[in-house]
Design a protein around this ligand. Structure first.
Ligand SMILES: [Ca+2]
Ligand SMILES: [Ca+2]
Length: 151
């Protein structure tokens, strides 16, 4: 039996399309999968991280650079939700922290889904601005991004 780390490394390439290190934080962009937030979140946790939480404009710039470098042309699930209280956006992992950075797509404008859309993706066709959307959708192919601190 190979070690857990070796098995995780082998699994890595199946799940993830691109991994970038920045300031001792690892950003991992998944391959496209059906939109399932619980599975995405669990996979990030398996790698010691969480769905990416964008705390400020600097981190947003880093995330955008990672996505542009990966040439990812699917929407990308991130770690904010308003499922606990409609309209109040929280980080999924750091639930008690105030969300300090939300750059919504203002072309529609977003968020526009009310109680039907409690998760959020960075939109590939709107310059990686944020759009609220369903947390589960078997008709949607998205990527997700994990953030692993002190990687
Ligand atoms: Ca909502
Ligand atoms: Ca929406």
């Amino acid at each position: 039996m190979t070690s857990l780390n070796l098995r995780l490394d082998a699994f890595d390439n199946t799940l993830f399309y691109s991994t970038v290190m920045e300031n001792r934080t690892k950003y991992m962009v998944s391959r496209p999968f059906l939109l399932n937030t619980a599975i995405a979140e669990s996979l990030c946790q398996l790698y010691g991280g969480y769905l990416v939480e964008i705390n400020d404009g600097h981190e947003y710039t880093v995330v955008k650079r990672v996505l542009e470098g990966a040439k990812a042309n699917d929407d990308v699930l991130v770690g904010v939700t308003d499922e606990f209280q409609e309209g109040v956006w929280r980080y999924r992992e750091h639930k008690t922290q105030t969300v300090t950075f939300l750059l919504w797509d203002n072309s529609k404008p977003e968020p526009d889904g009310g109680a039907a859309e409690n998760c959020a993706t960075l939109g590939a066709d709107v310059g990686w601005k944020l759009q609220d959307r369903k947390c589960y959708d078997n008709t949607a192919h998205v990527r997700f991004m994990c953030e692993v601190e002190n990687a």
